[in-house]
Write a protein that binds this ligand. Sequence first.
Ligand code: HEM
Length: 397
Amino acid sequence: MTLLADQWAGNPKHFWMRGERPEHPVWRDESTDIWHVYGYPEALEVLNDTEVYSSQTARRFAPEGGEEFAEGNLFQLDPPEHRELRKLAAHAFTPRVVADLEPRVAEITHELIDQLQGRDRFDLVADLAYPLPITVISELLGVPAGDYPLFKQWVDDMMAANGRFDLSDDPEKQAQDARAQLEASDRITEYLLEHAGERRKRGRDDLLTRFVEAEVDGQRLTDQQIAKIGNLLLVAGHTTTAMLLANSVLCLDAFPDQQAKVRADRSLVPTAFEEVHRFMTPVSAVYRATSTDTELAGKRIPAERMVMVWCAAANRDDRQFTDPNNFDVTRDPNPHIGFGRGIHFCLGAPLARLEGRVALDIVFDRYPVLGLDPQAPPTFIPSHDLISVRDLPVAVG
Ligand code: HEM
């Protein structure tokens, strides 16, 4: 089975996955009053202008609990609050911290593959793509390994509620999904709050301790802030990476000539990973709210409107990318916006890139043959804004 444009089995609204272009780079859905941005220059215009396009969407639009959801949540903050919190978080989560992780990422990948010894079929998501990043981020934070099943369940609950949440649903259903998301998120925060308190008493060599000690311009993080950042890193840092790893295998299976090229020249692994991110962008949209009346691509958008920036569609814009529907592992430069752009650019991008590079390289080493299981097609995540698979049965040799 291959995943070619005309066989796209995910959400039919994701027209770019079929190689189609939008009629206009900016479109208003009259039924929901949501503005959709599909074009690349228009997406950059939105993401680079935090005065007009605010990240405080939950406070404005969430049916209930929006205020609570937004509190201390980097994704939901505008300057100047965003600047301060991001500086503190970035201070502890440095490129050095990430680079030092490389041997451990390789070790975990090998351990996971060792557990599959003797099997010629397995689920790439459940057996590798999902456990790898969650183990890495948990160890990095300093969460005890024995507790993984506990918070994996909370994270799964949260992601499931997040996947069900759709702004075009009726308000009651939206409120129900938002509540479920918040409850699961609260459990993670409470759990991390306990750990942050312990690190304040007795430091260790982990990220929670670094957050406790982080100081920028004489300012320190509170336990509540640390727990919220830890929560963000846990949640934002593993499902996304798992999705991108799975998408890598899907794309390389769909384009065997490109897989052969990367296998023959491993220096192409990083550009291949970026191309997967452009071609099959897992976090396909990010959200903003207009603070004032504005104009975008000739359309007047009033204040207080929800704007969905479809990074995945922008990544196929032929005004920016030559042959955008061509999957090319040598594409370089590749200024895709799969990690966002501007002040909210993904804080974990260096970690995701490291995990992707190391894992793909090891998978190629250990499996000379890797393809989708012809007897068990993958299931796509039934989401309006995520593009990836729930499971990915593969056959290896
Ligand atoms: C922000 C995607 C991995 C932590 C973002 C944004 C995107 C994104 C699109 C921008 C959101 C916006 O503009 O509203 C991804 C993808 C990943 C990934 C596709 C994997 C392939 C990670 C990892 C971590 C992480 C591994 C941490 C361990 C964050 C945080 C932010 C963020 C904290 C918020 C930054 C801010 O608002 O200043 N990510 N991410 N992400 N990401 Fe990632």
